[in-house]
Design a protein around this ligand. Structure first.
Ligand code: TMP
Ligand code: ZN
Length: 393
């Protein structure tokens, strides 16, 4: 069973225990990374994917939580290093930390949620003391209780104990401002329990004596923010912090009404995508999905898109190949089959890697293949220039 953040019929904010207002409902949803075989269809796990908003905390969050053991199991198929661009991103991240934050003698780096060590290996090479904590048994042998953190207050408290007086907490997450601006509702799935912005993170950390001292937008995961926090007063606050807070006020990230507009755009995106795929099917076109991402699970299930509209999804991760996508059960095939099957259209589920993918798949476009993206809007991309030629709807 999913763990509802409810008491007495009312959904409660997991940060402040205040009332949580439901802003989005995606309906019955499987685990985003729950790729499965036919023999597992009958006992597939589903929960209600919905987002609530607490005006006091400015922190959108899932209304029903999925127990950790359902998400991070022995076959958890996500490995950070599977994307070249992400590997390069983490190398830069590690170098930045070493340059800017490791001035003390005998520095010690702890990574919470370390996946396969993509980030930490750079500290190892530089002989910096380091420790990784990771909850998926197959991704790291040592599973620990903290890792993918539902209880943000206990995390902040733990970090408060762990940090040296001038130590810093650095983390990076898909940015709420980008999710809203790009209608990237597919960032919403079981593994993302909270949707962060500078306003929300400041309010969460403040009671623990921590403050944000720097923020830096990054163009990974479809738009991320890197937050650097420290004990209050330990470091000067960079101007980027109040600047970003001001931008968030202007965008209304702290106001409930902002999310009504977002919901309208999400519904429109669903209508447009279904309409486009149905039209292509009517024209006898073959559509394949490109990259069996966690994000695709939200889109496919929310839009009710199954194998009748998307024939298969190609993916480079061996443990996903030969399996079926969660909920709607579209077959996942190897990348070689994408090349040999010549679909007319490829639905780009890894839209955050669009530039990298369109570049390496130039042959697909040259052979007459077309790319469909649904972020920031449903559109058919110009394969050679990587932007839209015509609207779908
Ligand atoms: P994620 O968005 O949940 O991290 O999953 C990314 C998936 O996309 C992963 O299974 C690998 C796949 N992928 C491809 O198949 N081809 C690609 O070119 C890229 C960038 C990712
Ligand atoms: Zn709250």
């Amino acid at each position: 069973m999913a763990v509802p953040a409810r008491r007495g019929g009312m959904s409660r904010c997991l940060i402040c225990d205040g009332a949580l207002e439901r802003i989005l409902s995606f309906g019955r949803m499987p685990i985003a990374n729950g790729f499965l075989g036919t023999e597992e269809f009958a006992r597939e796990y589903f929960f209600e994917l919905g987002v609530g908003f607490c005006e006091r905390c400015a922190m959108p969050q899932l209304v029903d939580r999925v127990p950790r053991e359902k998400m991070f199991h022995a076959h958890y198929p996500f490995f950070t290093s599977s994307s070249a661009r992400m590997a390069a991103h983490f190398e830069d991240f590690a170098k930045g930390v070493m340059q800017n934050h490791l001035g003390e003698r005998d520095p010690f780096v702890v990574e919470i949620g370390s996946n396969d060590g993509t980030l930490l290996r750079h500290f190892a090479v530089a002989s910096v003391r380091h420790l990784g904590v990771e909850p998926s048994a197959n991704v790291a042998a040592a599973a620990e209780e903290i890792g993918h953190v539902h209880d943000l207050h206990s995390l902040a408290k733990g970090v408060g104990h762990l940090l040296k007086p001038r130590g810093v907490l650095i983390f990076e997450d898909p940015y709420l401002g980008d999710i809203l601006a790009k209608t990237a509702y597919d960032q919403i799935y079981d593994e993302h329990a909270y949707y962060f912005c500078v306003t929300g993170v400041s309010r969460w950390l403040a009671p623990h004596g921590l403050e944000i001292v720097d923020v830096e937008p990054h163009d990974v995961h479809g738009g991320s923010m890197r937050y650097t926090a420290a004990r209050r007063g330990a470091w000067p606050v960079r101007p980027a912090v109040p600047e970003q807070l001001q931008m968030e006020r202007q965008a209304g990230l702290h106001r409930r009404e902002t999310y009504d507009g977002f919901r309208g755009r999400v519904e429109k995106s669903r209508e447009d995508l279904i309409e486009l795929l149905q039209r292509l099917r009517g024209e006898g076109k073959r559509v394949a999905g490109y990259a069996a991402t966690s994000k695709s699970t939200t889109v496919l299930n929310y839009c009710g898109i199954g194998p009748d509209l998307v024939e298969f999804i190609s993916d480079t991760t061996p443990v996903k190949q030969g399996k079926f996508s969660p909920g709607v059960h579209i077959p996942v095939r190897s990348h070689a089959q994408f090349r040999s099957h010549h679909p007319d259209f490829a639905l780009l589920f890894a839209w955050n890697h669009a530039a990298e993918i369109l570049e390496k798949e130039r042959e697909f476009a040259r052979g007459g293949g077309n790319w469909i993206s649904y972020v920031p809007r449903v559109e058919i991309l110009d394969p050679l220039r990587g932007r839209e030629t015509r609207e779908s709807a």
